[in-house]
Design a binder for this molecule. Sequence first.
Ligand code: NAG
Ligand code: NAG
Ligand code: NAG
Ligand code: NAG
Ligand code: NAG
Length: 684
Amino acid sequence: MSTSDAEFELLNKKIPILLHMERKLSLLLMVCLLTGISATTYDEFTYNGFQRSELYLDGVAEITPNGLLRLTNATRNQQGHGFHKVPLHLKNTSDGNVYTFSTCFVFAVLPEYSDVGGDGLALVLSPTRGLPGALPKQYLGLFNSTNNGNSSNHVLAIELDTVYNREFGDIDSNHVGIDINGLRSKDAAPASYFTEKIGKFNNLSLTSEEPMQVWIDYSNPEKQLNVTISPISVPKPSRPLLSSSINLSSVILDTMYTGFSSSPGSILTSHYVLGWSFKMNGQAPALNMSSLPSLPLKKHRSKLTSLIVWLSLGVVVFITITASSIAYIIRRKARYAEVLEEWELENRTHRFSYKELFKATKGFPEKNLLGVGGFGRVYKGELPTSKTEIAVKRISHDSKQGTREFVGEIASSSELRHRNLVHLLGYSRRKGEVLLVYEFMPNGSLDKRLYDANMPTTLSWSQRLKIIRGVASGLLYLHEDWEQIVVHRDIKASNVLLDSEMNGKLGDFGLSKLYDHGSDPQITHVVGTFGYIAPELTKTGRATTSTDVFAFGVFILEVVCGRRPIMQQESLDLHLVDWVRRSWRNGVIPEVIDARLGGDYHLGEVEMILKIGLLCSNPVPAARPTMRQVMQFLDGHLSLPQVPNDGRGITISSPELAEELEESEVSLVNCSIHRQRANPLEGF
Ligand SMILES: *[C@@H]1O[C@H](CO)[C@@H](O)[C@H](O)[C@H]1NC(C)=O
Ligand SMILES: *[C@@H]1O[C@H](CO)[C@@H](O)[C@H](O)[C@H]1NC(C)=O
Ligand SMILES: *[C@@H]1O[C@H](CO)[C@@H](O)[C@H](O)[C@H]1NC(C)=O
Ligand SMILES: *[C@@H]1O[C@H](CO)[C@@H](O)[C@H](O)[C@H]1NC(C)=O
Ligand SMILES: *[C@@H]1O[C@H](CO)[C@@H](O)[C@H](O)[C@H]1NC(C)=O
C-alpha cells in the first residue's frame, strides 16, 4: 500500500466522525440559544409578603417578623434599600430594545405626625444592587448632589414623593413621578386614581397610612411607560395616572437590578412594602391581598373601630339629646372656630386644625406655658396620635392684607431644613391669630441656661463651643446655602434652643418680618433686640447678613462671658462688646470669661472665640467677616487676623478703615431706638 492509499483510507474513516460532531454542535448551539432566551426574557417573581424572600437589604431596611419589607423605621435622615438579589436581563442584546416588562407592589407610608410624611419611596431599576453614594432626605436614597441628573447613572425610578422640593421642580407634596437619572421628574401627577363610574380622577393621600397598590407597565412596541395607583380595595383602574412615551433603550443596560429605595428625611416616617411581583414580557402576576402581611397597628387605627362602636351607640343616645347639649355644641364650635381661605389650600405647609392644637396643649393652660416672647405665648403640647412633643406659638395677627404674605413666609421657612434650625412642623389660623407648631426642644432656651440661677448645672466649655459652632452653621445655611438669602434679624441667646443632646438650634427665623407687614408703613421699626443691633441698622433700618453677623458676634461674647449684651455697672449701661474689647486691650482676658466655668476651659479656644466675637461685632460693616469665613475660622481652615494693640477693635483690613472706625465707634448705648422686650423665654 502506497502512502497516499493509506492517507485516503484514514480520511474516509474521519469524515463520518466530523459530520457527526458538526450535527451535535449545532444541536447544542440551538439548545443554548433556546434556553438562553427563555431564561432572559421570561423572568418573573412574586412576593406576597417577604418572609421567604431573597432580598438584598441595606441602610435601615429590614424584613419584619411578619414579613413586611420595612425600608425605613422612623429614624431621621436615614435611608433603606431592598433589592431583588437576582439581576434582570432587560434588553434584547441583538437589537438593543428594552423588553416589555410589568411590575406591581403594595406599599404604605406611616408618618409619626398625623399626616406629614417625609420624604417618600421609589421603585428603582439600577445597574447595582443598592445605590452606593446616594443621599437621604430629598434625594430619596437614589442620588446625591453630584450625580443627580447625570445620564451615566442608568437609573429609572418611579417616585412616590411626599415632600415638596422646589429645587427638583416638584409639583406638590403628594405626587407620583417618573424619574430618569435624576430627581427632576420627567412626568408627574398628584396622587390620584381613575374611577370609571364618575369618569374622573379621585385624589389619594400617600401618607394616609392605608396600603395602596402601584402598577408599572412598560411596553416595548409602543415605547410607553404607564404608572397606575389605587387603594388596595379598588381593582386596577382602567386608565393609568401617568402614561409617558419614553424610549428606555439609552437608560436601561443589559443587566439591571430592581428594588425599592426610601428616605424619611427629617420628618419621622416609616415606609413599608407589603407585596411585590415582576414579570418580563407579560403582565405582572396579581398579588394575593388576603395573604399580605398586616401593618403595625397605630393607636388611632384601633381607635377607628372603637369609634364605629361608639357611633352606633351614639344613635341611641342621639334621641335623648337635649337643647342644652345643642347649646354646648354651638359653644364648642365657637371655641374651635378657625379661618381657612381658598388660597391656603394651595399652600404646601402642613395646616393643623385648631382643634388638634387645642387638644394637644390640653386647652392652652398656664401650666403648659413655656414662655412669653416678643411675638407671642408659647405652649407645650403633645400630638395625641403620634405622641410627638410640640411647642405651639400663638401670635396675634390682625392685619388682613398681611396675613397671606405672612403665611407665605411661614411656608417658605418650613422648607428650611438644617440640623441647627428649629424645625417648623406646620401652622394653624383663627381670626386675628396665627399658631405656629415647632418641634419641642427639651432643654429650653440658651439664655435660661446662661443666666437662670435656678439651673442646677452650668454649661461646660465644650458644650458652649458646640452651641456656638451649631448656631454658626445654621446661620451660614440661612445666609449662603439655601436657594435664597435669609436674614435672621434676631440672633440672640433667647432665640437659641437646646435639644436633648445640647445642640444649639436657631428659632424664629423669618418672623421678624411680621413687624414689616401689618404695621403702619409710616413708622419704621428697627427690628432686632437692643444690644444686638448693628450701628448701621439704626441709621438705615435695613437688615442684612452683615447685621446678622454683628448680632452673632455679640451672641458669642455672651456665651463665653455669661453676661447679657448690656451690662449694668454703677448705674451706667456698658456694652458687652466694649467691655471685652477693653479687657483684650489691657491683656486681662481671663477676667471676662464666665466665672461659672471655674477655670475649666482651654484658653487658646476661648481666645479664638473672643477674637471671632470681636471681629463680627465690629462697628464697621465692611470689616466684619462673612459667616462662611467665621466657619473657616472655627474649623481652623483660615487663620484669624492679628489683634492690633491700639484697641480700636479688630478689623480684617484695618489701615483703610481706621478713619471710618474712628467716627463710628460711638456708644451704641446712647442711641435712642425702639426698645423691645427681651424676655428670657423668647426662644420659640
Ligand atoms: C430603627 O432601626 C435602627 C437600626 O436598625 C435602630 O437602631 C433604631 O432603634 C430603630 N428605630 C426605631 C424607632 O425602631
Ligand atoms: C457623569 O458621570 C460620569 C461618571 O461618573 C462623569 O465622568 C461625568 O463627568 C459626569 N457628567 C457630568 C455632567 O457631571
Ligand atoms: C386633587 O388634588 C389636586 C392637587 O393637589 C387639586 O388641584 C384638586 O383640586 C384636588 N381635587 C379634589 C377633587 O379634591
Ligand atoms: C398605557 O395606557 C394607555 C392609555 O390608557 C393604553 O392605551 C396602553 O395600552 C397602556 N400601555 C401599557 C403598557 O399598559
Ligand atoms: C430608541 O433608542 C435607541 C437607542 O438610543 C435607538 O437605537 C432606537 O432607534 C430608538 N427607538 C425608537 C422607536 O425611537
